[in-house]
Design a protein around this ligand. Structure first.
Ligand code: BV8
Length: 235
């Protein structure tokens, strides 16, 4: 990881690019021209509360398909390298992920914060309980806590508040190093974290397949696939 003698606290932000080589579609197609999720759907139709209210079946089917798909995928070397760093790093370390898959955890990472929620949780809009959920929601199953047939994906949609923002900003305030991996820098507030970290004195590093909308804010940008770049950075 190069000279890390003055680094104690690290915040790592990951996006869809860290899971791309596990076969999970990104949102906005990368240079490899792989299919992207949003090109198949209008964001407003499938990732907003208004879209859910307008056509709940469309939204539930969109998330049922993705929830099923991620359970057939495996972590890639980028996930494993981050899990190794998490296990070995003596200082503070927080992996803030925009991803709603569980590949960081399945690679063994522990200090993971899903700011946009998780595919494998369902959220009851009646009793507000979140339950572990691996099956479909299209058939309106009963909430395990209150029996209401009012479950939605536990995923943060556009216009909704991301999870645990206070914890994230507190970690950014303490960070000596901020690393962004596999994100286009298209969505806020995540896309602004590099500026927050930089203004608070952290070093900033971007590992991405291509330059992102935020590349200009990083001290260093390394381009390439995460499965190469991340192990190369961690070791
Ligand atoms: C909010 C969950 C208020 C659903 C998602 C200014 C300030 C604040 C808010 C806004 C603002 N301007 C606009 C807003 C509102 C909005 C927003 O940002 N809109 C955008 C379109 C402008 N934001 C919100 O509504 C957020 N809520 O603001 O609340 C607030 C404000 C401040 C503080 C607190 C509260 C909520 C946004 C969450 C939306 N939900 N996902 C689901 O998953 O279905 S967004 C979704 O897209 C992802 O979660 C992710 O966060 C986001 C970006 O995707 P990426 O992960 O970056 O993926 P992408 O495909 O775009 O890019 C992949 C990258 O990887 C590429 O660069 C590619 O080159 C690279 N790559 C590809 N392959 C590889 C690779 N890299 C390495 N290796 C490879 N092999």
């Amino acid at each position: 990881m190069g000279d890390m003698s003055d680094i104690r606290n690290i915040v790592i932000l990951t996006g869809a690019g860290v899971s791309a080589e596990s076969g999970i579609d990104t949102f906005r197609s990368g240079t490899d021209g792989a299919p992207s999720l949003w090109e198949q759907h209008r964001v407003e139709d499938v990732a907003t509360p208004e879209g859910f209210a307008r056509d709940p079946d469309l939204v539930l089917r969109f998330y049922d398909m993705r929830r099923e798909a991620i359970q057939t995928k495996q972590p890639n070397p980028a996930h494993h390298a981050l899990a190794k760093l998490d296990a070995e790093w003596r200082g503070e370390l927080l992996i803030v992920t925009q991803n709603v898959d569980d590949l960081h955890e399945r690679a063994g990472a522990r200090r993971v914060l899903h700011m946009h929620g998780e595919h494998l949780n369902a959220w009851c809009t009646t009793c507000d309980t979140r339950s572990r959920w691996t099956g479909p929601l299209i058939d309106r199953p009963a909430c395990p806590a209150c029996e209401a047939r009012a479950l939605r994906p536990d995923v943060v949609w556009f216009g909704e508040m991301p999870y645990r923002m206070d914890e994230i900003y507190a970690a950014l305030r303490r960070a000596d190093l901020f690393v962004s991996i596999g994100t286009s820098g298209a969505v806020y507030p995540a896309a602004g974290f590099v500026r927050d970290a930089r203004s608070l004195g952290a070093k900033t590093l971007e590992l991405n397949l291509e330059r992102s909308q935020g590349s200009g804010w990083f001290d260093e940008t390394r381009l390439g696939p995460a499965s190469n770049l991340v192990p190369g950075w961690v070791d």
